[in-house]
Design a protein around this ligand. Structure first.
Ligand SMILES: Cc1cc2nc3c(=O)[nH]c(=O)nc-3n(C[C@H](O)[C@H](O)[C@H](O)COP(=O)(O)OP(=O)(O)OC[C@H]3O[C@@H](n4cnc5c(N)ncnc54)[C@H](O)[C@@H]3O)c2cc1C
Length: 70
C-alpha cells in the first residue's frame, strides 16, 4: 500500500477545498447540547445555537458533548 506524507496544514487545506465554503466554522466553543425529538442543538459560548440531525463530539480528551448527553 502506498504511503503519502504531507504537512498537516496542506491536508487541512485539501479537506477544506473538497467540502467547500461555509461548512467548517472556527472560533465556536460548544458549552452544551440539547436533544429534542429528532434534532440536536449545539449551544455555543457565543450564544449561537446550531441545530442538526446529528452531533459528533470530536472535541478531544475533555469533550463537552458526552457530559452534556449523559
Ligand atoms: C504532546 C502530545 C504529543 C502527542 N504526540 C502524538 C503522536 O506523536 N502520535 C499520535 O498518534 N498521537 C499523539 N498525541 C495524541 C494525539 O494528539 C491525540 O490522540 C489526538 O489529537 C486526539 O484527537 P481528537 O480529534 O480526539 O482530539 P483533539 O486533537 O484534541 O481535537 C479536539 C478539537 O476540539 C476542539 N474543542 C475542544 N473543546 C471544544 C469545545 N467545547 N467546543 C468546540 N471545540 C472544542 C479543540 O480546539 C480541538 O481542535 C499527542 C498528544 C500530546 C498532548
Amino acid at each position: 500500500m502506498p504511503t503519502v506524507a504531507l504537512h498537516r496544514a496542506r491536508l487541512h487545506t485539501l479537506l477544506l477545498e473538497a467540502i467547500g465554503d461555509r461548512v467548517v466554522r472556527t472560533n465556536q466553543r460548544v458549552v452544551g447540547c440539547e436533544q429534542h425529538q429528532e434534532k440536536v442543538t449545539a449551544v455555543c459560548a457565543s450564544g449561537e445555537r446550531i441545530e442538526a440531525d446529528l452531533l459528533v463530539g470530536a472535541d478531544g480528551l475533555r469533550s463537552t458533548v458526552p457530559r452534556a448527553v449523559d
